[in-house]
Design a protein around this ligand. Structure first.
Ligand SMILES: Nc1ncnc2c1ncn2[C@@H]1O[C@H](COP(=O)(O)OP(=O)(O)OP(=O)(O)O)[C@@H](O)[C@H]1O
Length: 758
C-alpha cells in the first residue's frame, strides 16, 4: 500500500512536473501567439493603409483621366470645326484656281502663238548676228593689229624722245635770278643783261671799270619775273625720262637766300601756282605713270637722306640712334646708292609731300644752331621708280634725285672757327667735288672722282652714264652779294661750260650740220609718230567692249615686233635680272667713257650755236667787247679759245673755270679728318643684293591714287625750329618697306640690314 502510495506519489510528482512543463510550454506558446498576433495586427494595419492609399491614388487617376477625356473630347470637337472651315476655304480656293486656270488658258494659247512668231524672229536675228559677228571679227583683227602697232610706235616714240633729250645735253644748267624782296626796291642790282639764249651779264655798280662786266652763258637764264610754271616747263621733259628708265638729278646751287628752296619747293604754304620744281615734278611723275597704266605698272619708292659734315643720315628713319649710313660705290641693279636708308612706297604726290615734310623736320632737329644747320647740309630726296611692262614683263628702273644743296657762301677764314669752319670746309669740298665730277664726265676723263665726297657718291648713278642732270644756279641780284654771285656763277660756268665746250665734240669730227640734221630728223620722226599714235588712239578708245577684247588678245600674244623698252641706254632689266652685282661692281667709274662719247657727239651742235651766239652777242652788245681772240673755227676748242680770249683790255670777260679758282676752293679743305670713300666694304664677299621692290611683289593691281593735291600745301620750311629733341617718326599710314633683301648669313652688312627690318 505504502508502496502503492509511494508510486502514486511519484506519479503525482511526475504528473505535477509534467503539468509544470506543459504549463511552461503553454505560456511560451501564449507569448509566441501574442507576438504573432502583434505582427499580424501590424501587417494588417499596413495593408489597410496601403489599400487606402491605393484607393485614393486610383480615385485621383480616375479623376485625371476623366479630365483628359473631357479635354480630348473638346479638342476633337474643335479640330472637327477647324477642319470643317478649312475644307470650306479650300473648296472656295479650288473654285478660284479653277476660274484662274480657265481664264489663263486662253491667254496661254495666245502666248504660244506669239512665242512661235518670236522664235521665228530670233532665228532671223541669229542669222543677222552671225553675219555681223564675222564682220566684227574682221574689225577686231584690225584693232588688234592697231593696238600692237600702237605699242611699237609708242616705244619708238619714247626712244626718239629720249634721243632728243640726249642731244639737248645730259647736263643742263639753268640760272634763275631772285627778284628783290619787298622793302629792297632801293637796292642796286648786279644784273646787267639777260639774253634770250642763256646769256647773262653781271656787273658791279660800285666798282666800275674795265673788269666790272662779266658775261656768262648757260642753257637758260630765268629773269626775276619768270613764274614757277615757266621754270618748270623747261624741266618737265626730264621727268618723262625717269619713267623711261633714266636717272635724273635736279639740284639747286647758290648762296643762302638766293631762292634755292623757292625754286625747288616753292614758298611755304604755297598755292598751286607757286609750287616749286619738286612738287610739279612729282605730280607729273604720277600723272604720266597713270596715263601709261594700261601698258606699264609703275611702283614708286622714296628715300631721303642728309649729308652733313660728310656723314650720311636717314631723314625718314624714326630710329634716333642716327648711325652713319654706308654708300655703295658702284651702281646697284636696283639703283640704290644708300641701301640702308629706309625706303617708303608712295602712291601719290601727297604721300611724297608727307614724307618730305617729315624729312625736312628731321633735318632741322638735333642741331645746335637749327637755322644754320638747315642750310649747312645737303638734303637728297630720291624717288625710285620701277616699271613693269605688262606685255613683256620687262622691268624699267629710274630714279629722280631732288637735291637741296647747302648754301655756297664763303666763310671768311679769319672769322670761321671750330664747327663753322669745319662745316664750311665740308661744304666747299663736296661742292668742289661735284664740279670736278661733272667736269671729268664731260671731259671724257678716264677717271671720274666720285669718291671725293659723299655727295658725289650718293649721286653717282645720276651724274654719269645715261643720267640726266639739271642744275639751277640761284642768284641774289643784290649788289652786296656780288662776290657770292660771281663765285656761284664761276662754279656754274664750270659745270655748264663742260656741256657747251665744243673742243672734244669737234675732235670727234662730226659735222655740226650733221647733228643739226639729226635733231631735225628726230623731231620730224617724233611728230610723225605722235600723229600715228593720235590716229591709233582713236580706234583704240572707240568702244569699251572692243577695247577689252583687244587688250586680252594683246596680252596673250607674243609680239615679235616689240623691242625691249629703252634699248641699251635705259636701266632696263629684261626678264628677271640680267646683271649681277658682281658684274656691276666691275663697271664702277668706267661708265663715264660711254657717256662722254655721247656727250661729245651731242654737245657739238649746241656748243657751236652757243659760240656763234657769243660772237653775235659780243658784236651787238653796247659793251666794248674784244672778241678778236675768239677763234670760232668749227673745229677748234671753243672753250679753250674763250678762256684764251681774256685780255686786260676787254670790258667783258668770258669766265670759265680756271685752275686758280679750283685751287682756291681746294685750299679750303685743309683738315685731314674727312673720311673718304664708302663705309661699305666693297669686296665681292660683302656685296649684298638690295632690292627696292622685292621681286615677289606683284605689280599693284589697283591704280595709284589719282594725285589729289590740296590747292594749299601746308609745308614746313627747313628753318622750322624744333623745341623737342626727338626726331619726327613716320605715321603708321606710311608703310615702311625694307630697302634690302635679307642678306646671306655671315655678312656684316647683311646682319645690319636684316636687323633693321626685323
Ligand atoms: N623767284 C622768286 N620770287 C619771289 N620770291 C622769291 C623768289 N626766290 C626766292 N624768293 C624769296 O626769297 C627768300 C629766300 O629764298 P629761299 O629761302 O628760297 O632761299 P634759299 O637759297 O633756299 O636759302 P637757304 O640756303 O638759306 O635755305 C624767300 O623769302 C623766298 O620766298
Amino acid at each position: 500500500m505504502e508502496e502503492k502510495e509511494k508510486l502514486q506519489e511519484q506519479d503525482l510528482i511526475r504528473l505535477m512536473e509534467d503539468n509544470d512543463h506543459y504549463k511552461m510550454q503553454i505560456s511560451s506558446l501564449d507569448t509566441e501567439l501574442e507576438s504573432s498576433k502583434h505582427a499580424h495586427e501590424k501587417d494588417r494595419l499596413q495593408l489597410v493603409a496601403q489599400l487606402e492609399q491605393t484607393r485614393v491614388e486610383s480615385e485621383n487617376k480616375i479623376l485625371e483621366l476623366q479630365c483628359l477625356l473631357s479635354e480630348s473630347t473638346k479638342k476633337v470637337q474643335e479640330l472637327e470645326a477647324f477642319s470643317e472651315s478649312k475644307l470650306v476655304k479650300l473648296k472656295r480656293r479650288e473654285l478660284g484656281y479653277k476660274h484662274f486656270i480657265d481664264s489663263h488658258y486662253g491667254s496661254l494659247q495666245e502666248l504660244r502663238i506669239s512665242s512661235e512668231s518670236i522664235r521665228q524672229e530670233v532665228m532671223r536675228t541669229k542669222e543677222i548676228y552671225v553675219e555681223e559677228l564675222s564682220h566684227f571679227g574682221f574689225n577686231l583683227k584690225g584693232l588688234v593689229d592697231a593696238a600692237q602697232n600702237y605699242h611699237t610706235v609708242l616705244e619708238e616714240n619714247r626712244k626718239l624722245y629720249n634721243q632728243v633729250q640726249d642731244l639737248k645735253g645730259n647736263i643742263r644748267v639753268y640760272c634763275r635770278i631772285r627778284p628783290f624782296l619787298p622793302g629792297q626796291s632801293q637796292k642796286l642790282t648786279t644784273i646787267e643783261y639777260i639774253g634770250e639764249n642763256g646769256e647773262l651779264v653781271v656787273t658791279n655798280p660800285s666798282k666800275l671799270g674795265k673788269d666790272s662786266h662779266r658775261l656768262f652763258k648757260f642753257n637758260k637764264v630765268f629773269a626775276p619775273a619768270v613764274t614757277q610754271e615757266e621754270v618748270f616747263r623747261d624741266t618737265q621733259p626730264l621727268i618723262r625720262s625717269v619713267l623711261d628708265g633714266y636717272n635724273v638729278c635736279i639740284f639747286a646751287y647758290g648762296q643762302t637766300g638766293s631762292g634755292k628752296t623757292y625754286t625747288m619747293s616753292g614758298p611755304s604754304m604755297s598755292s598751286v601756282e607757286n609750287w616749286g620744281v619738286n612738287y610739279r615734278a612729282l605730280n607729273d611723275l604720277f600723272n604720266i605713270s597713270q596715263s601709261r597704266k594700261s601698258s606699264i605698272a609703275y611702283e614708286v619708292g622714296v628715300q631721303m637722306v642728309e649729308i652733313y659734315n660728310e656723314q650720311v643720315r636717314d631723314l625718314l628713319c624714326s630710329d634716333t640712334s642716327q648711325k652713319r649710313l654706308g654708300i655703295w660705290s658702284t651702281t646697284q641693279p636696283n639703283g640704290l646708292a644708300v641701301p640702308d636708308a629706309s625706303m617708303h612706297p608712295v602712291k601719290s604726290t601727297a604721300n611724297v609731300l608727307e614724307l618730305m615734310n617729315i624729312g625736312l623736320m628731321n633735318r632741322a632737329v638735333g642741331a645746335t644752331a637749327l637755322n644754320e644747320r638747315s642750310s649747312r647740309s645737303h638734303s637728297i630726296l630720291t624717288v625710285h621708280v620701277r616699271g613693269i611692262d605688262l606685255e613683256t614683263n620687262d622691268i624699267l628702273r629710274g630714279c629722280l634725285h631732288l637735291v637741296d644743296l647747302a648754301g655756297s657762301e664763303r666763310v671768311d677764314r679769319s672769322e670761321a672757327r671750330g664747327d663753322r669752319l669745319r662745316e664750311a670746309q665740308h661744304i666747299n669740298k663736296s661742292l668742289s667735288a661735284l664740279g670736278d665730277v661733272i667736269f671729268a664726265l664731260a671731259q671724257k676723263s678716264s677717271h671720274v672722282p666720285y669718291r671725293n665726297s659723299k655727295l658725289t657718291q650718293v649721286l653717282q648713278s645720276s651724274l654719269g652714264g645715261q643720267a640726266k642732270t639739271l642744275m639751277f644756279v640761284q642768284l641774289n641780284p643784290d649788289v652786296e652779294s656780288y662776290s657770292e654771285t660771281i663765285s656761284t656763277l664761276k662754279f656754274a660756268e664750270r659745270v655748264s661750260g663742260v656741256e657747251l665746250g665744243a673742243a672734244r665734240n669737234n675732235k670727234e669730227g662730226r659735222g655740226v650740220k650733221e647733228l643739226m640734221d639729226q635733231v631735225a630728223n628726230l623731231k620730224d620722226t617724233i611728230a610723225k609718230k605722235d600723229e600715228e599714235i593720235g590716229r591709233l588712239r582713236v580706234p583704240k578708245t572707240s568702244g569699251n567692249g572692243e577695247r577689252r577684247s583687244v587688250s586680252s588678245t594683246r596680252h596673250s600674244s607674243a609680239s615679235p615686233r616689240r623691242q625691249s623698252l629703252g634699248g641699251p641706254r635705259t636701266n632696263q632689266i629684261s626678264g628677271e635680272r640680267s646683271s649681277k652685282p658682281t658684274q656691276k661692281a666691275a663697271s664702277d667709274v668706267d661708265n663715264s667713257s660711254e657717256y662722254s662719247d655721247r656727250q661729245s657727239d651731242t654737245g657739238s651742235q649746241q656748243s657751236m650755236d652757243d659760240f656763234r651766239h657769243h660772237r653775235d652777242f659780243f658784236r651787238q652788245s653796247r659793251l666794248a667787247v674784244v672778241d678778236a681772240d675768239l677763234n670760232l673755227g668749227e673745229d677748234t676748242d671753243s672753250r679753250a679759245t674763250a678762256r684764251g680770249s681774256q685780255n686786260p683790255n676787254e670790258d667783258v670777260v668770258l669766265i670759265g673755270f680756271d685752275d686758280a679758282d679750283s685751287e682756291e676752293r681746294l685750299s679750303d679743305i685743309s683738315d685731314g679728318v674727312l673720311s673718304m670713300g664708302t663705309e661699305t666694304d666693297g669686296s665681292i664677299n660683302s656685296i649684298v643684293e638690295y632690292t627696292l621692290f622685292p621681286e615677289t611683289t606683284k605689280p599693284p593691281s589697283e591704280t595709284p591714287e589719282n594725285p589729289s593735291i590740296p590747292a594749299k600745301l601746308p609745308r614746313l620750311t627747313q628753318k622750322t625750329v624744333q623745341t623737342g629733341s626727338s626726331r619726327m617718326s613716320l605715321q603708321k599710314s606710311t608703310p615702311k618697306v625694307p630697302s634690302s633683301k635679307k642678306p646671306p648669313s655671315g655678312n656684316t652688312s647683311a646682319v645690319r640690314s636684316s636687323k633693321r627690318w626685323q
